[in-house]
Design a protein around this ligand. Sequence first.
Ligand code: PEP
Length: 250
Amino acid sequence: MRQPLVAGNWKLNGSLGAISELLSGIGEQLSAVKVAELAICPPFIYLGHVQRLIGKSGISLGAQDCSDQDSGAYTGEVAATMIKEFGCKYIIVGHSERRHIYAESNDRVAKKYEQVKNSQLVPILCVGETLRDREDGRTEVIIAQQLDAVLGRIGIDGFVDAVIAYEPVWAIGTGETATPEHAQKVHEYIRNKLAAISKDIAANIRILYGGSMKPENAKQLLEQNDIDGGLIGGAALKAKDFIGIALAAN
Ligand code: PEP
């Protein structure tokens, strides 16, 4: 049984005050969430602040990225082991904004993924095609390359207790959502690809959908067989919307 995970990626948003307000709004509605696990991924600098505020609420904490190195002369980087010290459970790797704005290659994403696993944290590996890829009929090819980079580096066992997020780049922050049918088809492809190597690992891995998910479309998406939750951007910045998505899993 895969517990749905609704993870909020706050990206480059927030301030000490705004975060306190957002978390108090989430806290007020938390008791209505019966099924989904909630996770919040704030900017690095606020991890300690969020850790204190969420306390023992049961909300999980995550980071949005990590270094592909564990220590040394890498100015500006943050290691997975450091993130772990702040009570994090999850680290997002390979978000499309990292891949496209900061030119992170599949290989670099795989190295980051390995750092997360080496720190005994749970990677949320983002995969997804651009609009161009989709129009060229290359969705599966692109996703296969993104998965193969990780498989090639640490093998199928690296997917035990991991999370994958399918995020079509054309749906992120655009208001456009993949139809539940399109999303399900790609999620099924991802699960089948892993199942060809290990049925057990594929059956247990949680595959989230990300891309303009909101309370209005969450139910239909979460009803699909292979959609096990959501990675939420914009809607995670509003307590009512974030909780509204989680309630769709009740
Ligand atoms: C994301 O960036 O992971 C995301 C899904 O963003 P949004 O929900 O804003 O499309």
